[in-house]
Design a binder for this molecule. Sequence first.
Ligand SMILES: [Zn+2]
Ligand SMILES: [Zn+2]
Length: 375
Amino acid sequence: MNEDYYDLLGVSREASTDEIKKAYRKLARTLHPDVNPDPEAAEKFKRVSQAYETLANTDKRRQYDMGGGPGMGGFPGGGGAGFDFNDIFDMFAGASGMRGRSQGPVPRQRRGGDVLRRVRIELRDVVFGTEEQVTFRTAELCERCEGSCCEPGTSPTRCTACSGSGHVQRVAQSLLGQMVTMAPCPTCDGHGDVIEQPCTGCSGHGRRAAERTVTVRIPSGVENGTRIQLRGEGETGEAGGPSGDLFVELSVTDHDVFDRDGDDLVTTVAVPMTTAALGATIPLETFDGTQELDVRPGAQPGEEITLKGLGVTPLRRERRGDIRVVLDVDVPTSLSDEERELLEQFAALRGDETTRRSTSHGGPFRKLRDRLRDL
Ligand SMILES: [Zn+2]
Ligand SMILES: [Zn+2]
């Protein structure tokens, strides 16, 4: 087996890479198993191919010239650096359409799919952050074979139909000469090896359907539509391949009382006309319990009262936003006789006669309130 690679290819030790390619191509045309059924030719083709693989690669050739032997990785499918399996077939077949096709066997391992789940959270969860359990149907690693796809104690065997290359070549005569095409090996589906005893736990897929529950930490300050990516928490890959990711898309339920404005929470509180005029302390339910809202005497509709530090905790900052309360003033829409009398006295005291309207609902307060309501 220790034939000289240069002798095998019939080239001089000074031959250029081009000359080596040409020599190999010439030999391949007569020795390739698809062309020449003689087993001896097939054997020689293997040796010639190995010689070519070494000499066509600058690094490997230097190593060989220095007496380092043929280097690592034999032909075919060794994946030797710089050796493009397709090159050979392009050389024989001209434009056979095989360019760009990956060389060598196709690995069984495949990355698992990503999983997207939508999770509804409350505004309270945005304020403080929370944890949610997300449950979904997915694929999990088969425990029986640990992703190898084989029955425990067995392993894949090299495919004899393609000698482990994962490809088979088809040669056809055409007007332009010999056409060689390469196709995935039908015996091993291009994997280069065959699983003779598939795992009974997963029918040889290395994974199986399962329901999984993942705890998702949801930080404070997230937005409606925020996607949280959990690497590797998606579908388990095929044949022990890497897992996909889990994406959790958040949907924040509208709150009855508070709207979010950046890190602030905004709400409108309606106080009676008299409260606005006289001032009062009124209770306000917040996410931090009941707080006291100080309405100053003479407070105006649309006025804002701020409760510091009771808003949303931002994603990366410590300081919380505020609660901003917009005051609305309720003007009574119907008055008892006694109330009317008192209000008329009040108006008279203040000299407000000119702005008084009889029983119409179109007074200035009402208009203002409508405007506030539309905000
Ligand atoms: Zn299994
Ligand atoms: Zn095969």
